[in-house]
Each structure stands twice: as structure tokens, then as C-alpha cells.
Design a protein around this ligand. Sequence first.
Ligand SMILES: [Zn+2]
Length: 440
Amino acid sequence: MKETVLNIGFDDTDSPKGMCTTYLAYKIVNLLRKEEVEFLDFPRLIRFNPNIPWKTRGNGAVGLKIKTKKPEKIKKRIRSLIEKFSDIKNGANPGLIFYENEQIPDSFKEFSKLALWKLINRKNVKKFVSEKNLEYFSLGNGQGLVGAIGAIGYEFEDNTMELLSYRKKSNFGKKRKISKDNVRIMQEKTFPNTFNSFDTKKGRVMISPRGPDPVFYGIRGENPESLFTASSIIIPDEKLDGYMLFRSNQGTSDHLKNEIDVSDMKPYTSGTIVGIVSQKPKSELGGHVTFSIVSKEIEVTCYVYKETGMSSIVMNLIQGDKIRIGGGIRKASSNHPRTINVEFLDVLKLKKNIILTNPICEECYKKMKSKGRNQGFQCIRCGKKSQKKLSRVIPRKIEEKIYIPEISAHRHLTRPLQRMGRTNNKKFDNSIPWYKIFKN
Ligand SMILES: [Zn+2]
């Protein structure tokens, strides 16, 4: 029998109430191993535009690339797993795509790129699927087809890895017990090759979700070795079912690579804008901050949530500062015009903050008094005169550098500071234990 390369993409199988697309991937990989397929890459976990309104938790889709002699049997079995494990009654809209070819067409790649920063409506997806006569399966409204196509088409320029461990079914929904100290120590030992594991500021464990989904923890990092080391330091209080490694675009700022068209400002678009601060920052009730910038002669309102930890930094901007911001467009509400929610601030050029004050008398060291408009200044003690005001440069409390949110406010795609300028593209190595089910 002839071997064929099969690409599998699926998304939106989970709901806020339970399950998880990565867990379904873990189940599917288990099935594929039994069918003795050849894996051609790590399972890929691709996060798409986080600023669309109907994402579940992280808008993450999964892709698999395998070589098999019995594609039809495998497709059938995957389809039934998706049917069985998708949380449709709680709002999941799963989509599944099969694409049988070694090479991925450019159209898939372009589609994937758009899904990173745009809102792709379902009509366009259906058009894509029917024009290319793709093999697909969807339930609910089929929204998951966006991620399914995207996960197949995604091209890595940089990647991180995530080791996700899963609970035994009998523990689903129970409180996860995980030692804070172990996670803190794990971070100290493995940082920067792992990231966002422990929030030292808040003393919070970041690797463990709180919801009812099957994930026990997920450790993010740069390479498999660091993740295995990190994982060995965490000693869970319960017997786990197993784990799987994913290659991911998490931590790559992938959604903020394009420039936002300020003349359009389509809601739910993500990207960057370069502009000059035109209205100085104002703090709102609740501690959120708004300010405006002008870009290409258009004024854009910027919004910084208090939770990002950037609001106090942003307060130091003044009119004339040149900045680049990244974020997502939020549609107008009753309180706000259309705004961009700031996810990073890159200060490109600070304006000198000069204030003018009345001159000081060189004899008496007293501030001179104004004699009236354009009349100059005079010392009231000795009568000495001066024409010019005194200019003073006020030191700026903000630097020409990039500011990102505190880690508690990071999204999956937020590029941590230590990853700035870093790129990985590790070759797949099937000899490393990237998938494991623990024996009892
Ligand atoms: Zn004087």
C-alpha cells in the first residue's frame, strides 16, 4: 500500500465549561500511535487572533502531520473522536480539516496569516473549503474551521514549546494541588528556557489552569529538554494520565506583526500603530488610562487596562512623544469611542519636557515678576530687568524602550521580554519522548 502524508487541523472543540482542544489532540495522537503512523512533526498548537469576541479561552487550534498507509480509516476514527469529545452542548463549534499532501499550498498559508490578526467570517471559510473541495467536518456553526485551516497552513518563523500534562478522568473538575514552592524553584532553575511559570510579584502559579478542563499543567519554554527538566521539578499531588509536547506560536507576538490601517480601524483587528501622542494620558475611574495618538493625520484613542500594569507607565507620556503600540481594536461602546487596547508600548522618541518659568534675579536670587504681556520681567527688590523666561528641562520618568504587560496579564501570544529578538525553529526529533501515557 502507498504511503501518504496527511495534514489534520481542528479547532473549537472546547467550551468554558470543560474539555480542551489540546486534550482531544492527546487522545487523537494516542489513536494514531496505535495505528502505527509516522509523525512528521510535533503536534502544533497555534494561537490565533486573541481579540476576536467568540474565542473560548485562548483561540488555540491544533495541527498534526503524519504519514500513513490507511488515511481513510484514520480520518474516520478522528472524526468520531471529535464528535465524541467536543463540548457542543456548551457552545463548542468544532471544525476539522484533512489535507492529503506533503506540500501545503500558499492559499492555506495566507489564510493562516490572516487568522492571526483579523476576524475571518464564516462565509469566507465556507468559500475556502468549497473552492478547494476540502475534506472537512464541522458541528455547531462551524467557526472552528478557521483554526483548522489555519493550523495546517501556519508556517513557523519562530516557535516555543509547551508540555501539557493531563489529569486522569476521575480527577476532572477537582481542585488541582500543586506546590507553589516547586513551581517557583522550577522557574528559578530553568528560566529563561521556560517562561511565565510563576508570577513572583503576586506569588501565583501560572502553569495550572483553574477551570474544569483536563489540563493539569502546561509549561512553556524554548526546547523539549528544558521542559522535561522543569516537569521533573513539579511533583503533582495526584497521579496524572500523561503528557504531550506541542510546538507553538505562543510567546511570539504573532498577532501583532502587521500595521493597523488607522483609516479603517476594523473592530477585532490586531496589530501595531506608530504615532505621536496628541492628548496626554488621563486616568479613569478604576485606574484604566486613555490617551490619544495621531497617526497618518488620524487621531486614535488608546486604552490601557489597569490589569496590564502599564497604566502608571503610560501616564508619563506627554504630547509629542513618538510611540509604537500594539494591540487589538475594540468596538465602540456607550462609554468609549472605538479604541485600541494597548498590549505593548514601544517608546520610539521622547520629547524634551521643557517648562518655562519666570527668570531669577542674579543679585537677589528671587523670582522676577512679569510686567505684563510682552513687557518682560523685573525683580521687585532691586529693580533688575530681564526679557526672557527661564527654561528648565524636566527629567522624563519613562524611557525609550519597549514596555509589556505584567506576566499576570500576558496572553498566550505575548512575547516575554527575554524572548525579544529570539527565534527558534527546532527540527522534529521523534526519538525524544514527546508523548507519554503514564502506567499505573
Ligand atoms: Zn534683584
